[in-house]
Design a protein around this ligand. Structure first.
Ligand SMILES: [Zn+2]
Length: 82
């Protein structure tokens, strides 16, 4: 069966209050700049301020099902240099 590919830009960040680690779509966590409420401690915070990493994930798809995922690019270094 033919292999196809799809991509997702993901942001990795922590709750500044309890330290819980989160991975969210970057368009939501970084681009929109909206506040996120921590599911563990209830603190509202801006993910941009505790951003740890941002990566491009590549999904390998076969017959409409995701069969694998890998990190193909680290996007945070580029942002720091801009
Ligand atoms: Zn928290």
């Amino acid at each position: 069966m033919e292999r196809e590919r799809a991509w997702l830009d993901v942001a990795l960040f922590r709750c500044p209050s309890c330290g819980r680690l989160y991975a969210e779509a970057s368009w939501y966590a970084v681009e929109l700049g909206c506040e996120i409420e921590c599911g563990s401690c209830g603190t509202s915070f801006n993910p941009r301020e505790t951003l740890l990493d941002r990566v491009m994930l590549e999904f390998e798809v076969s017959g409409g099902r995701a069969i694998g995922v890998s990190i193909v690019e680290h996007l945070l270094e580029r942002e720091k240099g801009a």
